[in-house]
Ligand binder design. Sequence first.
Ligand code: SF4
Length: 451
Amino acid sequence: MESEKVTGFQSIAENVGQFNLTGKTVLMPEMSRAGTHLLAAVFRGFGIKAKVMETYKGLDLGKEYTSGKECYPCQVTLGDILYFIKKEKERLKDNFNAKDYLYFMPEAEGPCRFGMYNKYQRIVLDSFPGLEKLKIGSISSENSYDFTGMIEQDRVKNLRKAAFLSVVVADIIERLLWRIRPYEKETGTADAFIEKSIYLIGDAFESYVAKKEVEKILDVLDDVIREGKMIIDPSAPPRPMIGIVGEIYLRNHVHANQDLIRVLESYGAEVVNASTAEWVNYIAYSGLRDAAIKFRLSLKQLKIGSSWEFCKKIIGFGKEFYYQQYIQKKCYRRARAIIDISEDHKIAHLEKILKEKDLFSFDIGTEACLSIPGIVSYAQDGYNGIVNVYPFGCMPGTITSSIAKPLISTRQIPYMDTAYDESFQPGRETEIRTFMYQAYQHFKRHGRKRH
Ligand code: SF4
């Protein structure tokens, strides 16, 4: 593709935000495979044409239009959209119309750069003739990922609830994969089964979610879990348990993390990755927490008007957070009645760990708020090793590493930092092998976590 001069910053204000999705093809970059495909299915269930783009095939394009200083997920996702457009133009030729599409790139407020991806990517898209018409649709952590303006107002709440359900169900499917794959009777069965199941559950979301027929979706999930459980070889001995924390995209994107979980499994691990729902919980919990702090402050200052505004926010975020807890509890209870997958972290418990040990603060924000106490929680729960995954140069990942290393050394649990960009790291395999040797020694001495 030929690039033209960058058109300026006005487009960021006009062409990034919450736009009506009616009639558009919503292009979604893949992060977690199950998570992205189920979210796309939810959109389709609400009548929105959503499509998950092929991922990682456009990495060269992503690198070509970045300087190398950007976060790695920004490069990968930029590559995904540029590659999609290139292929779509080849397919449709003169019939290609950028207006027909909307690129979906959420954002987060806070001190790191996730809020900047869609702005930077806007500038890059604008540098191609005609692509300024391809809007970037964004939902933000600032309003707890609200879809206002993207569909009819009376369906906004339902879409958000449905989207959260898809996040939890996707987490459970992935936990099922990590639970069964290390013990499969025949190599490759678990992967093939989960891939098929993602589409099966996706179909259930598409058919039932807009009608709020949650039970029907969970019935399909139950069937999948029952069938998946049969893949396990009952005679296979238990393995050391490894817990993963870190940056959400890298943790979940198997190409970007060079298939870390599979590599750990190949050296004898059973792995549990921190969930995606954990981040969504954190956003609602932080909103509730901030509103409560501001409410108390404005009451002290006798500012009645702003007290009332913060009070409304407390109610809004509170309802959101407690709904999330309710759905998670319900879905995990059903799944765990069939198979012993690990439960999710509780956000209030993670904050308590930070406060008790004075390690970090939710006031600072970022994923370090989750990763640092997540590490402590894995250690307390009897895991045999912990891995912190993040993009090379990632701020929260580096903060986590600097706090976790001294903390974990006193507990004598194997710990490994793994920073990624696209480069091949020659010593990585050796490092993982050594880490797994240590984890196995820990497992022999202390046993392992019960699910
Ligand atoms: S979490 Fe890390 S990779 Fe993600 S935006 Fe922040 S600094 Fe970049």
